[in-house]
Design a protein around this ligand. Structure first.
Ligand code: HEC
Ligand code: HEC
Length: 247
């Protein structure tokens, strides 16, 4: 029994291998979340060229850009929304929901689950810092509707069902914790209306504000959701849902 043992009970060779594997795993995590700075272990794997030597500025560049894009414009393939110019209070509130499982916890909500996984890797400070950076990016407006859109019908529906909380300009309202709508991509808007309608989002007992969207969307048909997505596009490009006397 003359085997040289390390504190972990493994031979130096095994120990080195284990360190390399661990470092490799950490390097993968870094690439995925962009959080840690560098792998401090001196095993050869820490020299892997894919590990960033110099960490760029804040969490936005390191983490968010991978899925939401350089300008925060979102990515249709990844189902990530445009977040550029979103109010920071809203971003922080959604992070709280993702972290606490009020959002992104439904088994049939893969995009929500992805964002929840990211939210769980970040500290409060990183979230505040990223939210601040994202809120300062120039807003990218929702695409205008196509020529066949029934804007008048959509305007009527929006004025009656949505304006009270999302305001006449669709910019949301901190007091009601309601989202800014006029900067969201059409596919994302449609999917979220459906998510609330199907109770994949907003249905948790603790989610007082999300519950309101569940109630509102329970009344909407598929056609009405389409009308509203078109209308939010029109709203983003200057339409006004208020009656003439209130403008
Ligand atoms: C792995 C990909 C990925 C990364 C990295 C990521 N996100 Fe997301 N994010 C998503 C997806 C997908 C959604 C859509 C979730 C849904 O459908 O509910 C989303 C949703 C969001 C939302 C909710 C938007 C809304 O309108 O309610 C915010 C806010 C957000 N992300 C901010 C960030 C920030 C800030 C970062 C960086 C710290 C980040 N995300 C990193 C994929 C990602
Ligand atoms: C009683 C207030 C209220 C009304 C009425 C209301 N909303 Fe909302 N809406 C909210 C709140 C609060 C949120 C944020 C929910 C959350 O935090 O998950 C929200 C979120 C949303 C979202 C998700 C935005 C995002 O960034 O993910 C969409 C889309 C939306 N509302 C569209 C509508 C439409 C369209 C109508 C009209 C049919 C409407 N809302 C009516 C309060 C309201």
């Amino acid at each position: 029994m003359k085997r040289i043992e390390t504190s972990s009970g493994l031979s130096p060779h095994q120990e080195q291998y284990r360190r390399a594997v661990r470092c490799c795993f950490i390097a993968g995590l870094i690439l995925f979340s962009g959080l840690a700075t560098s792998c401090s272990d001196s095993s050869p794997v820490s020299e892997a060229p894919l590990v960033e030597k110099e960490v760029p500025a804040g969490a936005f560049a390191r983490v968010c850009v991978a899925c939401h894009g350089e300008q925060g414009q979102g990515n249709e393939l990844l189902k990530s929304p445009s977040i550029a110019g979103m109010p920071s209070w809203y971003i922080e509130e959604q992070f709280r929901k993702f972290r606490e499982g009020e959002r992104g916890a439904h088994t049939d909500d893969a995009p929500g689950q992805q964002m929840r996984a990211i939210a769980l890797t970040l500290t409060d400070e990183q979230i505040s810092e990223a939210a601040e950076a994202v809120s300062k990016l120039p807003v990218i407006l929702t695409e205008a509707p196509g020529p066949g859109a029934e804007v008048e019908k959509g305007r009527y529906l929006f004025a009656n069902e949505c304006m009270e909380c999302h305001r006449y300009n669709g910019k949301g309202e901190v007091v009601f914790k309601s989202a800014q709508l006029i900067s969201l991509n059409r596919s994302y808007l449609r999917r979220q209306l459906e998510n609330f309608h199907e109770r994949k989002r907003g249905a948790a007992g603790t989610d007082t504000y999300g519950n309101k969207m569940v109630d509102v969307t329970a009344r909407l048909s598929d056609d009405e959701m389409d009308l509203l997505v078109d209308y939010i596009g029109a709203l983003a490009h200057g339409d006004d849902p208020r009656p003439a006397r209130e403008r």
